[in-house]
Write a protein that binds this ligand. Structure first.
Ligand SMILES: [Zn+2]
Ligand SMILES: [Zn+2]
Length: 134
């Protein structure tokens, strides 16, 4: 099983995660010390933008920083040592709305849309209770 999957697979394999745990040891966000066992593998160059599922393009992030990397209100830079530095985007009224090209790429990311899901569920429940009242 090769450790570099290139464009053949969108998800990091268990073998790659193991290799990343050895390489990164902990969340690669600057100053974060969450151990690798609690981290998720993320594409540095987003898969949707042609990023490869290679160890070179993989980075371990804890749940918190993984969420931040998908959050349009935060910017991140890759530092020379490979760590990511997050900065909160200062909002200027005339900035165009930020659109992330970093698409979800693993099952663990479904929670990114959990608030939308629960809103839909609440909406569905509201509809059915409205119907039962008729
Ligand atoms: Zn991600
Ligand atoms: Zn972290």
């Amino acid at each position: 099983m090769p450790l570099d999957l290139g464009r053949t697979n969108r998800l990091f394999s268990p073998g790659q995660r193991k290799a990343l745990a050895i390489r990164d040891k902990e969340c690669r966000a600057d100053g974060c010390t969450i151990p690798s066992t609690w981290c998720e593998a993320d594409h540095v160059d987003p898969w949707s933008a042609g990023g490869k599922t290679d160890l070179d393009n993989a980075i371990l992030l804890c749940g918190h920083h993984h969420h931040l990397i998908h959050d349009g209100r935060c910017l991140h830079q890759r530092m020379s040592n490979g760590d990511l530095r997050f900065t909160r985007r200062t909002s200027r009224p005339r900035d165009p709305p930020y659109r992330s090209s970093h698409a979800p790429h693993s099952a663990s990311e479904s929670r990114h849309s959990s608030s939308a899901w629960s809103a839909a569920t609440a909406w569905g429940a509201g509809v059915s209770s409205a119907q039962s009242e008729r």
